[in-house]
Write a protein that binds this ligand. Structure first.
Ligand code: NAP
Length: 460
């Protein structure tokens, strides 16, 4: 049994679900493929009506969707509400803009006429993580349904009710059966889906390990894929940073969603001149967070999603300490029911310590003191990941110059306002490839077809 809702606040099992059998899976794929044959011919207006309705339903039932997510993966209720609303905004954004994003573009060859047109590729398989149970689904469903593709989706094992709620949302909004199908399947069945000739593309958001496995399988089948994987983002504080403005973002950047965000600030790289002041204030702010029921509006530190995630994080902290790191704050499980971990700051992390390279997916901050901005850039780039990062300075032009030197898919200067329906999201190196959101996100799984016309004489 791998699909289980367990309340991370107290460890109680809410519901369990069996995997679907292979026969049921085959029916789901056949239904999706049949749906594609009609969905691809529907107009943008008809598709947009479904997505606008789904967006309106999310906004009308924010609390219901949010409570389910807080129950299944422990997100604090105010954050969950924000995610639900934003998921609706993403669906509405693509409903509004898909037609213009995919409009034919004229080319200008020396002879004849030519244009590029965009047509849907077909049935797509999406594998999604639990940390944003709706937003991750909206990021693929919004653009891909508007592009005329249909989706079968494997969501994470710990959020089956959110997965089903999103499928129901689209059906309630008028999507035809087969346009979006939630699959409760095993990894072997996931391979089977990737191998299926009806499936034309694969999108995964998750860990590097999952990315390697799923991308390899897609590659064997010569299928297009996008990979949104982990990160170990640098938060670079320059000597002229305004700490009053920087500190709230430092705390939010590490602790939002209990630290379980791919593009969270994970490595705090601070120039010597402000390092002591930054560290003292950061420690005080993290220490002040209050663990509690994530349903309670007063709680400022929620649980981790699963006990396995908590144990993994505690093991990583132990390994870091064995490797010579110092625990400046926290480092322990919190003595109460549920999957709570103390806000933690690690310092003295030398290259060679596993903490130097690994991603901490929870409330653990790594602190590094550096002498110069060149040292900061070198350290930021000494990473297998390349998702995002940020630079903090009162000189915005200097911040932008440094941002250009960091090898990641996204950089932020004096904010980490990570995600916006209009802006592309994604990374390089082990953080993956491809982009979701914005104009780019809808181009990933469409056939960009060249059509050249004109009676050009054959070469003699
Ligand atoms: P995970 O273990 O990789 O799980 C993500 C999804 O992949 C789940 O649905 C999981 O299913 C599935 N999965 C894992 N291995 C698979 C395999 N071999 N075949 C088929 N499906 C497989 O990741 P996680 O630990 O839950 O999520 C956190 C990771 O995601 C972090 O590294 C984070 O940085 C990354 N992330 C990246 C982004 C981004 O946009 N770049 C966004 C959010 C999260 P089960 O749950 O059933 O195991």
């Amino acid at each position: 049994m791998t699909y289980q809702s367990i309340n991370p606040n107290d460890g109680t099992l809410q519901k369990s679900f069996e995997h679907m059998g292979n026969a049921q899976l085959d029916v789901a794929l056949a239904t999706a493929e049949r749906c594609f044959q009609t969905w691809k011919h529907t107009g943008y207006a008809e598709r947009a009506a479904v997505l606008k309705k789904a967006a309106a339903l999310l906004h009308a039932h924010v609390d219901d969707f949010a409570r389910l997510e807080t129950l299944e993966m422990g997100k604090r209720i105010a954050e969950a509400r924000g995610e639900v609303k934003f998921s609706g905004d993403i669906l509405a954004y693509y409903a509004e803009h898909a037609e213009s994003f995919l409009a034919p573009t004229q080319l200008h060859p020396a002879t004849g006429a030519a244009h590029m047109e965009s047509s849907p590729m077909g049935l797509l398989f999406c594998v999604e993580p639990w940390n944003f149970p709706y937003y991750q689904l909206a990021r693929v469903a919004g653009p891909q349904l508007m592009a005329g593709n249909v989706l079968v989706v494997k969501h994470a094992g710990c959020v089956p009710q959110c997965a089903m709620a999103f499928e129901k949302l689209l059906l309630d909004a008028g999507a035809p059966v087969g346009a979006y199908t939630n699959l409760l399947i095993s990894y072997d069945q996931s391979d089977r889906v990737i191998d299926d000739p009806r499936v034309r593309g694969v999108a995964l958001t998750g860990s590097v390990a999952a990315g390697r496995s799923v991308a390899a399988r897609a590659g064997q089948n010569l299928k297009r894929s996008t990979m949104e994987l982990g990160g170990s983002d640098a938060f670079i504080v320059l000597d002229d940073a305004d700490l009053d403005k920087t500190m709230p973002w430092a705390v939010w950047g590490r602790m939002y969603n209990a630290g379980q965000t791919c593009c969270a600030a994970k490595r705090f790289i601070v120039l010597d001149a402000v390092a002591d002041a930054f560290l003292a204030r950061f420690k005080t702010a993290l220490d002040a967070l209050k663990p509690g029921d994530p349903m309670d509006e007063q709680t400022t530190l929620g649980p981790l999603s699963t006990e396995a995630a908590l144990l993994q994080l505690l093991g990583q902290v132990d390994a870091a300490v064995k490797g010579g790191a110092r625990v400046l704050l926290g480092g322990q499980r919190i003595a109460r029911p549920g999957w709570f971990m103390q806000p933690t700051i690690l310092t003295d992390i030398a290259p060679g310590n596993p903490a130097y390279r690994d991603e901490f997916f929870g409330p653990v901050a790594s602190f590094y003191r550096v002498k110069t901005e060149d040292d900061a850039i070198a350290l930021a780039n000494d990473s297998d990941f390349g998702l995002a990062g940020s630079v903090w300075t009162q000189d915005e032009a200097r911040g932008r110059r440094l941002a250009s030197r960091v090898d990641t898919g996204m950089m932020f200067v004096n904010n980490i306002d990570w995600t916006d329906a209009t802006l592309p999201f994604g990374g390089i190196k082990h953080s993956g490839y491809g982009r979701e959101l914005g104009r780019m996100g809808i181009q990933e799984f469409v056939n960009k077809k060249l059509v050249r016309s004109g009676a050009i004489a054959a070469p003699g």
